[in-house]
Design a protein around this ligand. Structure first.
Ligand code: NAI
Ligand code: MG
Length: 356
């Protein structure tokens, strides 16, 4: 029997609350399946850790994480610790050092999930966003000159390497080709006259290798409009770090809200562990109340199974989430219910148990 080692960084706010439910689901699946077991190791890193030790994670934290099969993360960030510190010193550090250059965010409207579009349906809102996750606008390149002086100037440089751009675009083509879907590239070549002209050029180059994949290219502003007006035209989507960040929050809103949005940070070569997380933050406004929606965190568990090669289990977990949302008896307040975080987790486990 295979034993998978999972590093758990529950983090801050509602992070630990939703992660508990995801782990409940993983344990149940392992119990029902004799091919594997999980071994969980918890790392207490995050803002609370920062307030005690003045660091978001241990100095040798990456060394400690290196040999795990996957990292399961809740959320980091809490009032009192500046967001750029909590983000850069933990999450972005892991994403970068472990070369998790692919961010996969499914935007799929499950039956029963609320959609702000009057004609939004399961058929039309079903996209897979592949967001560049290692460079671009979030490379951290820039300068802050004459700080505090009248002539103050700040520079934030987008970094688009040939290697980085090519590999994310190729990854997206591989998925589109395998799943027989269309691929849409989202850029902004009219205004960003270096980075995005380059992005478009690389997209067109790689496209030559995949004559079977039908492609589209949109400017990011038009894409935002089309995601609302005609979401059905998007299937697999590839875009830069910043554009992907923004558009997937829009996508999350289309597909039932932050409580239902998951994201995987993948190192496709598997030289380092990949990291799975709900895309929402630590939600300080509802933390500690036991009402956070754990479905996004449970959806990321389904992504862990996909990644480990058990796609049928990933699919089953997603079906269980959909069953729960559709029956609408056990939902947290963000989805209009009165259930607690733990009750929703328990219900998912029950559904998996009954194999409905
Ligand atoms: P947020 O996602 O934490 O919350 C936005 C709104 O959505 C809040 O009203 C919250 O109550 C609600 N919400 C989020 N997740 C929910 C869930 N599972 N169930 C029910 N309601 C939910 O974003 P916000 O408020 O901008 O950020 C809060 C903190 O989280 C900040 O410190 C931020 O830096 C951090 N953050 C961390 C992320 C991560 O760890 N990946 C991602 C986004 C933000
Ligand atoms: Mg975001």
């Amino acid at each position: 029997m295979k034993i998978y080692k999972i590093a758990v960084i529950a983090g801050d706010g509602i992070g630990p609350e939703v992660v508990d439910e995801g782990i409940k689901v993983m344990k149940k699946v392992a119990e029902l399946d004799d091919r594997f077991q999980f071994e969980f190791t918890y790392f207490p890193w995050g803002c609370e850790y920062y307030s005690k030790y003045n660091k978001m994670m241990d100095e040798d934290g990456l060394e400690k994480l290196k040999n795990f099969d996957a990292i399961y993360l809740g959320a980091v960030g809490f009032p009192g610790v500046p967001d750029h510190i909590s983000l850069w010193d933990l999450l972005l550090r892991i994403r970068k050092e472990f070369d998790q250059y692919v961010n996969i965010r499914p935007i799929k409207l499950l039956n029963g999930a609320p959609c702000p579009l009057v004609d939004g349906s399961r058929d039309t809102i079903d996209m897979l966003f592949i967001r560049e996750n290692s460079e671009g606008e979030y490379a951290g390149a820039g300068d802050w000159l004459f700080k505090g002086k009248p002539e103050e100037v700040v520079l934030q440089t987008g970094v688009f390497s040939r290697k980085g751009t090519e590999r994310i675009i190729r990854y997206a083509f591989e998925i589109a080709s395998k799943e027989e879907k269309t691929l849409t590239s989202i850029s902004k070549g009219n205004a960003l006259n270096y980075s995005m002209v380059f992005w478009d050029e690389v997209f067109n180059e790689v496209k030559e290798e995949y004559p079977d994949v039908k492609t589209y290219s949109y400017l990011v502003d038009a894409a935002a409009m089309l995601m609302v007006k005609d979401p059905g035209r998007f299937e697999v989507v590839v875009t830069s770090n910043l554009f992907g960040d923004i558009l997937t929050d829009l996508g999350a809103a289309l597909a039932g809200g932050m409580g239902l949005a998951a994201g995987a940070n993948i190192n496709p070569e598997r030289s380092y562990p990949s990291m799975f997380e709900p895309i929402h933050g630590s939600a300080p406004d509802i933390a500690g109340k036991g009402i956070a929606n754990p479905l996004a965190a449970i959806w990321s568990v389904s992504q862990i199974f996909d990644f480990l090669g058990y796609e049928e289990i990933g699919e089953r977990i997603l079906k269980a989430i959909e069953f729960l949302v559709e029956e609408s008896a056990v939902l947290t307040p963000d989805l209009g219910g009165i259930a607690s975080t733990a009750e929703v987790g328990d219900r998912v486990v029950e559904i998996l148990n009954q194999n409905v």
